[in-house]
Write a protein that binds this ligand. Structure first.
Ligand code: PAF
Length: 302
């Protein structure tokens, strides 16, 4: 595995190899099995696999956890080496945002609700850095996790609107055995907090059960999930039921709706989501992680 820190060198390599097919997994490091599932899919589906590690300052708002965001480069490097990644792109902040940088990439409506409502600069920062990374790495496919569902939808829209010829592949959330969605931020949780954290997933399965019992009214479902979660969490940013394609809130559960939650366990903000389906299928209490849920990309990723 080659480590590249310079944009010019990365771009030179990419322009030379892109005709053979480059797959790309952008990350902010602190890698876990969720990231590795993306890397494995990327490895399998492309001639070359490029991963990036860059903790992108522009997607953190004032008072958010940029300074404390877990940085575990040596461990990350070892994991990527083991997964036979071809190139690790690892630029510094000044390399990505030199003096004079001014450009914004703003996706409008899709970035306004859910996390966008609580983190107003977040998706503008994500869209800009991902657009830059796409231009630098020149992938034909890029891989994202469904835990960050809104991010995936925003990136897919951005890629389509700006004509990036890139298939956006969105793979299922990978969960711990107790249902907690894997996230780099789980590292912040104390032991008692870690024990509470799976309740987020349980609350969503509870909603699925209520739906199976015939409750289709979104307000009632959100209230029930809120009542379930409230005793265990420090704060709920949102519990929302939306259309999975346009992310607009729904009043009644349609054939498929997305239930999305953001809440604080202690000081740690965690997000998760599941699709609620009608007619609701029976689910085991801790279903095995399903694979392959994807947001469709342009002619790719289906
Ligand atoms: O999901 C992440 O890790 C980040 O938001 C991303 C896509 C790498 C952009 O910084």
């Amino acid at each position: 595995m080659k480590i590249i820190t310079r944009i010019s060198q990365m771009q030179r390599w990419a322009l030379k190899h892109r005709s053979q097919g480059i797959g790309f997994v952008p990350t902010m490091g602190a890698l876990h099995d969720g990231h590795l599932s993306l890397v494995r899919a990327c490895r399998k589906e492309n001639r070359f696999c490029v991963a990036s590690i860059f903790v992108n300052p522009s997607q953190f708002g004032p008072g958010e956890d940029l300074k404390n965001y877990p940085r575990t480069f040596s461990a990350d490097k070892a994991l990527l080496l083991k997964e036979k990644v071809d190139i690790l792109f690892y630029p510094g902040a000044r390399e990505m945002y030199p003096d004079g940088f001014q450009t914004e990439v703003r996706v409008k409506e899709l970035a306004h609700g859910l996390c966008g409502a609580c983190r107003p600069v977040h998706f503008t920062g994500v869209a800009a850095v991902v657009a830059k990374l796409f231009n630098i790495v020149q992938p034909s496919r890029a891989y994202f996790g469904a835990k960050d569902y809104q991010q995936a939808v925003v990136i897919k829209r951005m890629a389509q609107d700006l004509n990036f010829p890139i298939g956006i592949r969105v793979l299922d959330t990978v969960r711990e055995k107790d249902g907690l969605a894997m996230s780099s931020r789980n590292k912040y949780l104390s032991r008692p907090e870690r024990m509470k954290a799976p309740l987020i997933y349980l609350s969503m399965l509870y909603a699925q059960e209520l739906l199976r019992d015939g409750i289709k009214d979104a307000r009632k479902l959100k209230e029930a999930v809120g009542e379930f979660l409230r005793p265990f969490v420090a704060k709920i940013d949102y519990i929302e039921l939306v259309c999975p394609e346009n992310l607009r809130p729904v009043a009644t559960i349609g054939r498929v709706s997305l239930l999305a939650i953001a809440c604080y366990i202690g000081k740690t903000r965690l997000i998760d989501n599941i699709t609620l389906t009608l007619p609701a299928g029976r689910q085991a209490f801790f279903p095995l992680p399903r694979r392959g849920r994807e947001v469709r990309g342009d002619g790719e990723g289906t």
